[in-house]
Design a protein around this ligand. Structure first.
Ligand SMILES: [Zn+2]
Length: 129
């Protein structure tokens, strides 16, 4: 089985981005969003970025298919996982490139569309409330 880190590296490579690897971790406690890009500051003031993925949402296998993720129809759990990873990696790219706003900015939207064909900007699976 391909690891999360290998999947993330493959996405970055395919997009043609020169980015160092970012840790990608499973989280059992995240239930409101499928993925999250997190920057934390250590005691020495250095910033560390990581991506967290929701076990409850992404390991669920009984979705009614297809599910809309990032505005893209997904037909299996693997494609859901990849769309969420792509989304979080855009946050990482913007942050690493020094963007002031690495949230859901206009730049974000353009990259999401041109690199991955995402038609909407969400962290969820299916229709969000
Ligand atoms: Zn986002």
């Amino acid at each position: 089985m391909t690891t999360l880190n290998a999947r993330a590296a493959a996405i970055v490579r395919a997009a043609g981005w020169a980015l160092p690897r970012i840790p990608v971790l499973w989280s059992a406690r995240m239930v409101r969003c499928a993925g999250l890009f997190v920057v934390e500051r250590d005691a020495r003031g250095r910033h560390h970025a990581e991506i967290r993925l929701s076990i409850p949402l992404l390991r669920r296998r009984d979705w009614p298919w297809p599910q809309q993720v990032c505005g893209v129809n997904c037909h299996d759990p693997e494609s859901v996982l990849l769309r969420i990873l792509e989304h979080e990696l855009i946050h990482y790219k913007l942050w690493k490139d020094g963007a002031k706003d690495w949230g859901h900015s206009e730049d974000f939207r353009q990259i999401a569309w041109s690199a991955f064909g995402h038609q909407s900007i969400t962290h969820g699976i299916g229709v969000e409330e």
